[in-house]
Design a protein around this ligand. Structure first.
Ligand SMILES: [Zn+2]
Ligand SMILES: [Zn+2]
Length: 426
């Protein structure tokens, strides 16, 4: 079926699903959070609560031994940057660092020159910060530009009022446009939250160590932030031109949902909150998988029917993982095209075409959408749901004994975009 519009929604959700390394919401009683990644420092509110509005930030993972007591030291260029934990947070009353930029400013010229990419590559085996800069820029940065002159790396401090990060940029003397050289669109280096100089900063937008499996406490934290701070903005779908659906069970004909508690597929109960799954089928054999059809939809309404081996074994892995995610997030219902649309109910009066025509409402009204962004087919699974499936390596370096820095990851780093962006049918 054509999922013509879902990508818009998926993109907005992908920020939340991928960026476990940032944006953990309100945490500091001295700060108020506007829900869009920005805090306002407010020194008039004094309290030692670790929770604000019921939002709990999960505790940090400990620093592994591999990131402690490194015997390496920085090269002389990196040493002269004078990197300290204090420089990576903004404390109330801090003076503005010369040359630092705010998100709202236009990008000024970079103000620190780190050297030519060739030289940085030579120093990288011995200098942890040189190595991190290369990791942040990505593996494909060329040594020479289009005009044949050497590619140089510069650094800019950037602040968003609570944290400072360093942004490496590459360019050549003849002024090749840096983006054309740079595979990572937005390379950025931030401090590991564990090394923050004060408690509040540990919970702000610094990099967190992540596990092999998804931290669902963190996902619940994001959902709480959404509920507490985003108001109606997240209920209105871009897909529907700002239209806010009141109850999909009533407004969408033939609307069915997977009940992940009773393990069956039922007509959507009124007012049900659900997760939608956006994924690609790829080249899988449709005759071997479980799909809802006129012959089995009644049987699949029976509680427990999806747990029967003859059914469960035929549910593609990505869908099974999505069921686990919904359960972990305490959201009882899940919408998946192959199981929630009666696949052979076609022809005059059939439900299939009307369901497909309502697809934008289905995604638009979902409480959240799981975007299976890196799978090449429906059996790829969702990385991090089961053990040893995440496959993410964070680039973190110990640059001084009390400071570890990380190349921030972008949602693009997790996306096998090609398969997703090129498909038209699922
Ligand atoms: Zn260095
Ligand atoms: Zn939201």
């Amino acid at each position: 079926m054509v999922l013509r519009n879902e990508l818009l929604d998926a993109e907005s959700d992908s920020d939340a699903s991928d960026s476990e390394i940032e944006d953990q919401g309100p945490s500091d009683p001295f700060q108020s959070y506007n829900g869009h990644g920005n805090y306002k420092v407010n020194r008039n509110v004094a309290s030692d609560r670790s929770e604000v509005d019921g939002i709990t930030v999960p505790t940090l993972l400990p620093i592994p031994p591999s990131l402690q007591n490194s015997s390496e030291s920085l090269c002389s260029t990196c040493k002269s940057l004078d990197l300290t934990p204090q420089r990576f947070v903004v404390l109330p009353g801090d003076p503005v660092v010369p040359g630092e930029v705010n998100d709202s400013d236009a990008e000024p010229p970079a103000n620190i020159t780190l050297g030519f990419i060739d030289d940085i590559r030579k120093k990288a085996p011995h200098c942890p910060f040189c190595r991190l800069v290369l990791a942040a820029l990505g593996p494909k940065v060329p040594s020479v530009g289009n005009q044949g002159d050497k590619v140089e790396v510069t650094l800019t401090w950037r602040t968003d009022s609570t944290v400072r990060t360093l942004r490496p940029r590459v360019q050549t003397k003849s002024g090749d446009y840096y983006l054309s050289l740079q595979p990572n669109s937005n390379p950025e280096i931030a401090m590991l939250a564990n090394d923050a100089p004060h408690e509040a900063a540990k919970k702000s937008q610094l990099v967190r160590l992540i596990n092999d499996q998804i931290d669902f406490d963190m996902v619940r934290n994001w959902l709480s932030i959404c509920r507490a701070y985003h108001g109606g903005a997240c209920d209105e779908s871009k897909l529907m031109g700002g239209y806010r659906i009141k109850d999909p069970a009533i407004e969408i004909p033939h609307f069915r949902l997977i009940d992940v508690v009773d393990n069956c597929i039922i007509p959507a109960p009124p007012g049900s909150r659900y997760v939608a799954l956006s994924y690609i089928w790829g080249k899988i054999d449709l005759t071997k998988i479980l799909r809802t059809v006129k012959d089995n939809y009644k049987q699949l309404e029976v509680p427990g029917s999806l747990s029967l081996p003859e059914n469960q074994d035929r549910i593609p892995l990505t869908i099974r993982d999505a069921m686990i995610v919904a359960r972990k997030l305490d959201i009882r219902y899940l919408w998946v095209d192959s199981l929630c649309i009666i696949q052979d109910d076609i022809g005059p009066g059939g439900s299939k075409m009307s369901s497909i025509s309502m697809m934008d409402l289905v995604y638009g009204a979902a409480y959240l959408t799981i975007w299976a962004a890196n799978g090449i087919d429906a059996n790829a699974g969702l990385p991090g749901v089961r053990p040893n499936t995440r496959g993410i390596q964070q680039s973190i370096e110990q640059v001084t004994p009390n400071l570890r820095l990380a190349a921030k990851m972008d949602s693009q780093d997790f996306t096998r975009a090609e398969a997703y962006f090129t498909r038209a049918w699922t």
